[in-house]
Design a protein around this ligand. Structure first.
Ligand SMILES: [Zn+2]
Length: 241
């Protein structure tokens, strides 16, 4: 199993960034429970920060207006498949359909019939041979991470150490590519009856992002979108190998 330490030691440069650059990505939304994703968009607007949203087709179908707002606000929409199934046993054809269906949902939400996503992130970050082949054939760019913070394992009551660690890592490594989950599609290890303690409760994410952006801006870091680093020529797939 990949350990937290191994992931945390990854160099942000391997995600195609130069020192000082931070990319924020948000996975598995949009999510309107507790109004999470709209509140998150409000926070990003307040800070004039653009981010990448790895959206899931079935969620897009439920909340097309939120996806429209992301797009109109200048955020990057990243295809995260239609159903967010584990890619481990998915064939080329299944994965291809998952990606194309998600793009159709985005196209419908935006009212742009020929919309095609340029960027892709595999569910659970699992890059199989099929993932590599499909994304290459569709000419999609994989969106990587330099740090994974295990935010799906915390709820509002115990999120602060994760947030602090992200801030520390970004300062120590002079940036990086980070992820929060505004949606909840990762099955929890333990079912929690108390919603205030549930890891499926993402209501803490907008406030956490407010804190992260405020702290990192104070530290002189700045926010860019995937693919908009000052390093434009980095082959991110090669860098991740
Ligand atoms: Zn995901």
């Amino acid at each position: 199993m990949l350990s937290l330490i191994t992931i945390m030691r990854k160099n942000p440069r391997k995600a195609g960034l130069i020192p000082g650059e931070v990319v924020l990505t948000f996975d598995d939304g949009p999510n309107l429970k507790d109004n999470v994703t709209p509140r998150l968009l409000d926070v990003l607007d307040q800070h004039s920060v653009k981010a990448g949203f790895c959206v899931v087709g079935e969620q897009v179908h439920q909340h097309p207006d939120v996806v429209s707002r992301m797009y109109d606000s200048g955020h990057l929409l990243i295809n995260h498949t239609q159903r967010h199934e584990h890619p481990f046993r998915q064939s080329y054809e299944t994965l291809l359909n998952e990606i194309l269906e998600c793009d159709q949902e985005i196209a419908a939400a935006l009212g742009i019939p020929d919309y095609r996503s340029e960027f892709f992130r595999a569910p659970f970050g699992i890059v199989t041979f099929a993932v590599r082949r499909v994304t290459r054939n569709l000419k999609m760019t994989p969106v990587l991470l330099s740090h994974y913070g295990w935010d799906t394992r915390v709820g509002p009551h115990n999120c602060q150490p994760i947030v602090d660690l992200l801030i520390q890592n970004a300062k120590r490594h002079q940036g990086g590519m980070f992820v929060f989950h505004d949606g909840s599609l990762v099955p929890p290890k333990v079912l929690e009856d108390d919603w205030r303690k549930s890891v499926e409760n993402r209501s803490w994410v907008p406030d956490a992002v407010d804190e992260v952006i405020t702290e990192l801006k104070k530290h002189g870091l700045h926010f860019v979108l995937p693919g908009q680093s000052a390093v434009q020529s980095v082959d991110v797939m090669k860098a991740a190998a």
